[in-house]
Design a protein around this ligand. Sequence first.
Ligand code: AMP
Length: 332
Amino acid sequence: METVLSGIRPTGNLHLGNYFGAVQSFVQLQHAYKCFFFIADWHSLTTHPHPENIRKSVKTILAEYLACGIDPEKATIYVQSDVREVCELYLYLNMNAYLGELERVTSFKEKVRKQPDNINAGLLTYPSLMAADIIIHKANKVPVGKDQEQNMEMARKFARRFNTIYEVAYFPEPESFHLSEKALKVPGLDGSGKMGKSEGNAIYLIDDEKTIRKKVMKAVTDSGPALPGSEKPEPIANLFTLMEIVSSKDTYDYFNGKYNACEIRYGDLKKQLAADINTFCAPIRERITELSSDEAYLDKIARLGAEKATESAARTIREVREIIGFRPAPLS
Ligand code: AMP
């Protein structure tokens, strides 16, 4: 069975864009692949040396992924900093990673522009940590956005380089797995573009009914179509896209018909959309609340994930040490 791995940033709560754009696919993937999902708390140190409430953020993300349907018995969901073997592989990869190639990475150059006062080695070697995260489990497929393509190319390069230097066919070259071609692009509520936490236009899975309604009722609209069958301007098309995602086909067809007949009342459409978003979110929200209050359960799940991920990582490190020529670590 092929192995899929995905990293999750421990920042903020999940919104509908994250759910329909990524998490929903992860829930499906766990039935067809051996899946590893890790919460990338070490990576966050490259930009936030004093991560505020990192343990709380990690728990929130864990609770939300579980509430969405990640099954800890099927997939391995773990916290990156719980698997120290990753650091050892990161060190080996860094020994054969070159300054020039690391400096050329676009995301590094962007970070240099964004935080000129903190250009740390962690930022520079982000691609080798990412490669270590992936190849430590010999993952074949990594669901990533297009912006990660260069880092994926680096991961393949580091895997290939290890194989070449030590004359082995040990690490598979991980492939990018573009969910975005299959997954939905969820629009925001502010008239244009995608839903995103930094855009301030998101509905979070944890939002209560009142908050959802307030956000939806504030969404940008216009005075309605001038002629029957007019094309929908972006803010309106976005509301219909959201409706297509969360509402029944009948509901969508009803409002679409009203629009095409120039009889649309946006207030009614928004009320219906808010109700349907709430119907979708309510069971997930309840589960998030329930899980978030059960610290002991979340700890148990994190421990189970750490055990499974460490077993897989430790096997790789044992073999890598042997390939390079080190003796087995005495305490492993
Ligand atoms: P972010 O928290 O913005 O890094 O998003 C994490 C992942 O969620 C992204 O890599 C996308 O796969 C997905 N995602 C975020 N926002 C959207 C959106 N509006 N529509 C579809 N997918 C999204």
